[in-house]
Write a protein that binds this ligand. Structure first.
Ligand SMILES: Nc1ncnc2c1ncn2[C@@H]1O[C@H](COP(=O)(O)OP(=O)(O)OP(=O)(O)O)[C@@H](O)[C@H]1O
Ligand SMILES: [Mg+2]
Length: 380
C-alpha cells in the first residue's frame, strides 16, 4: 500500500528549512551543544560561534537546529534575526528589549537599571551592552544572526563588541552564519577578536552522510532503497546538501504518486525515472549561480578556474592565480587577478574547506556548467 502522504512533506529543498535528517554535522552539533550547555547553566561561553560556507551547504539549517535545541528546555531565550530586521543599532536595541519592558512604562519608553529611555532620544539611549547585560541578568540569551555577511558594518561592530563585553561575563551567546564573504566583512567591521571566535566552516557532506540524508528519511516512511540506487544518487549529489534534498523530493514524489517500481523499495529504475526532473532543477540552480557570476563580470575567470578543476580536485594558490590570470586575459595585472580570485572565494564558487590555502570547487558540478556555457577570455 502506498503511504497517504503529500509529495512535499518529507524532503526540504527550500532555503533554511530543517531537513528531515540533518546528516554529517556531528562535529558541529557537538560543539554547539557544549556552548548551549554552558548557557543553560548560566555560565558565560568562552567565545562567539561563527558558521560560514558556500551557499546551500546548510548554515541556516544548522542555525535552525541550534534554535530548536536551545528552545527544547525553557532555560534559554532565543532571538533569531537577519540583517534586514536590524538595519541600525537602535533597531537592534529594540529587538533585544522584550515586549514586557516596553509595556511597563509610557508608550515607547523603557527603563534600564533605573534610567528611563524614550525611543528616538538617542542621547539617552541605553547602549547595546547595557541592554544585553540587563537581559542576560534575567535569563541566558542566544542571539542567532543569519546572512551575517549582509549586516551593516556599524551594527556588526557594535554587536561584536557588546558580545565581547557582556558575553565573556554573562550567559550570552552570539551565533553568526554567513557566506565565505563573512570573514572579510568581519575584518572590515574593525573587530580583531572575531578571528578567535569558534569558527565552523560548513562544507559539503561526505558520501556516508549523503547516503544517510536520503536513506534514513525514506526508511522512516518504510521505504527502502537498493544499494546501487543509493550509490547512484550519492554520486549525482556530490555531497551538496541542497541537491540531496532536491533528489530526495523527486524520489519521494514518485513514491507518493505510486510510481515506485517495486512497491516499498526504490531501485535504479526509479532513480533513472526521476533523473530528468532532478537535472532540470539543478540546471535552474546553476543558472542562478551563473547569473551571479555574470553580474560581477566574472564569467571568463570562472570558466578558466573550471578548466583548471577539470584536471584536479584541488588548486593551490599558484594554480588558482594562473587560472584566474588566464581567464582575465591580462597576464601582467596581479592586483586584478588577486581581487578576482578573492571575489570567487566570497561567492563560494571556490572554497577552502580546511585550514590550508588550498581550494576546492564550491559545487563541483557547477564547474561543468560554467565550462560549457561561459565565454572564454578575449585574447589581448
Ligand atoms: N546536514 C544536512 N543534511 C541534509 N540536508 C541538509 C543539511 N544541511 C542542509 N540541508 C538542506 O540543504 C539545503 C540548503 O540548506 P541551507 O538553506 O541551510 O543552506 P545555507 O548554507 O544556509 O545556504 P544559503 O547561503 O543560500 O542561505 C536545504 O534544503 C536544507 O534542508
Ligand atoms: Mg542560509
Amino acid at each position: 500500500m502506498q503511504p497517504a502522504r503529500n509529495e512535499l512533506d518529507l524532503f526540504k529543498p527550500g532555503p533554511g528549512g530543517l531537513p528531515p535528517y540533518l546528516a554529517g554535522r556531528e562535529h558541529e552539533q557537538r560543539i554547539c551543544r557544549a556552548f548551549l550547555d554552558q548557557l543553560r547553566q548560566g555560565a558565560a561561553p568562552p567565545r562567539d560561534l561563527i558558521l560560514y560556507g558556500p551557499r546551500g551547504n546548510g548554515k541556516t539549517a544548522l542555525l535552525s537546529w541550534l534554535h530548536e535545541a536551545a528552545r527544547a528546555r525553557d532555560a534559554v531565550d532565543v532571538i533569531h534575526l537577519t540583517p534586514a530586521a536590524v538595519p541600525t543599532e537602535e533597531k537592534l536595541v529594540r529587538r533585544l528589549l522584550s515586549p514586557t519592558w516596553w509595556r511597563r512604562l509610557l508608550p515607547g519608553e523603557v527603563s534600564i537599571s533605573g534610567v528611563r529611555w524614550r525611543a528616538g532620544q538617542s542621547p539617552d539611549a541605553p547602549s547595546l551592552d547595557e541592554i544585553l547585560a540587563v537581559r542576560t541578568g534575567k535569563k541566558p540569551l542566544l542571539l542567532l544572526l543569519d546572512e551575517a555577511h549582509a549586516l551593516d558594518a556599524g551594527v556588526g561592530h557594535a554587536l561584536l563588541n557588546a558580545s565581547q563585553i557582556v558575553g565573556r561575563k554573562q550567559p550570552f551567546l552570539l551565533a553568526l552564519a554567513g557566506t565565505p564573504h563573512l570573514e572579510s566583512r568581519l575584518s572590515g567591521m574593525d573587530v580583531s577578536f572575531w578571528s578567535r571566535s569558534e569558527l565552523l566552516p560548513i562544507s559539503r557532506l561526505d558520501a556516508a552522510a549523503t547516503a544517510d540524508a536520503l536513506r534514513l528519511p525514506l526508511a522512516g516512511e518504510n521505504v527502502a532503497i537498493d544499494d546501487d540506487a543509493l550509490a547512484q544518487l550519492v554520486a549525482a549529489n556530490q555531497g551538496y546538501p541542497y541537491f540531496v534534498q532536491l533528489s530526495g523530493e523527486a524520489l519521494w514524489r514518485r513514491v507518493v504518486a505510486g510510481g515506485s517500481s517495486a512497491g516499498g523499495r526504490i531501485t535504479r529504475t526509479d532513480v533513472e525515472a526521476v533523473r530528468a526532473d532532478f537535472e532540470e532543477k539543478k540546471g535552474r540552480y546553476y543558472l542562478q549561480r551563473y547569473n551571479e557570476l555574470q553580474d560581477q563580470g566574472l564569467l571568463p575567470a570562472a570558466r578558466a578556474v573550471a578548466e583548471a578543476f577539470e584536471k584536479r580536485d584541488r588548486l593551490d594558490g599558484a594554480q588558482l592565480e594562473a587560472a584566474v590570470r588566464r581567464g582575465l586575459g591580462e597576464p601582467g595585472n596581479g592586483k586584478r587577478t588577486a581581487a578576482t580570485a578573492k571575489t570567487l572565494g566570497h561567492l563560494g564558487y571556490i572554497w577552502r574547506p580546511d585550514a590550508v590555502p588550498t581550494w576546492e570547487a564550491g559545487i563541483p558540478s557547477l564547474m561543468d556548467y560554467v565550462r560549457t556555457h561561459a565565454p572564454a577570455a578575449e585574447q589581448p
